[in-house]
Design a protein. Structure first.
Length: 208
């Protein structure tokens, strides 16, 4: 903790923007983890019970995205196949956009944080050379310490913020893609069950 406190003290004028970037990463990362877990865990707990079928009384306000998607297909079962497919595609687009909310902000922070660190490096070196220029006698290490401290600290903090932001954004993107693939598969099965009045829950669906 003492090391982190000392590191933050050496950030200079970039302390506020770098700390703001770290807060954004923490808040968005935790919020997306909560949201995505909320869509994944209920499905894992109920998938054996549902077995790909729409429970009776299911509505668009169901507890899982799978129930909502399957209920949407059932709601427009009487519509033409082309119209039903268009509605399903638009709904899937909306769900993916909602699940991906905040990921662009993580990408932005991942780009900005290293640049702020680089800016701090330049400002620290400028400060160090300015301190040297004001000395008429021998240059002491303590004269360089302040400027070099700012230069190295801002670079380190910028990378410490950018690396988790990049990792989280990519992991959440993979998580969302997996959720959407499974959701699309469930809706396709429900779509086929409407067009072909047979029980397809026992059919094995293997990825290509």
């Amino acid at each position: 903790m003492d090391f982190l406190y000392t590191l933050i003290q050496q950030l200079g004028i970039l302390e506020v923007p770098l700390l703001l970037c770290s807060v954004v990463v923490c808040v968005v990362g935790l919020e997306r983890l909560f949201v995505l877990s909320g869509h994944s865990l209920p499905r894992l707990l109920r998938v054996k019970k549902l077995n790909g079928k729409v429970p009776s009384g299911s509505t668009l306000h169901g507890k899982t995205l799978h129930e909502k998607g399957q209920a949407l297909i059932q709601q427009y079962a009487a519509a033409q196949e082309e119209k039903r497919s268009s509605i399903a595609s638009f709904w899937l687009f909306q769900q993916k956009k909602r699940l991906s909310s905040g990921l662009r902000l993580l990408h932005l922070v991942a780009l900005i944080a290293p640049l702020l660190g680089l800016l701090g490096t330049v400002l620290g070196l400028v400060q160090a050379f300015d301190n040297i220029s004001q000395q008429s006698g021998p240059v002491e290490v303590s004269i360089l310490a302040e400027g070099l401290g700012v230069a190295m600290s801002t670079t380190a903090v910028g990378l410490l913020i950018a690396v988790p932001a990049v990792v989280l954004s990519h992991l959440y993107s993979l998580w969302i893609d997996t959720l959407m693939d499974r959701l699309e598969l469930a809706m396709n099965k429900a779509h086929l069950s409407v067009d072909v009045p047979v029980d397809i829950s026992s059919v094995e669906w293997s990825p290509l």
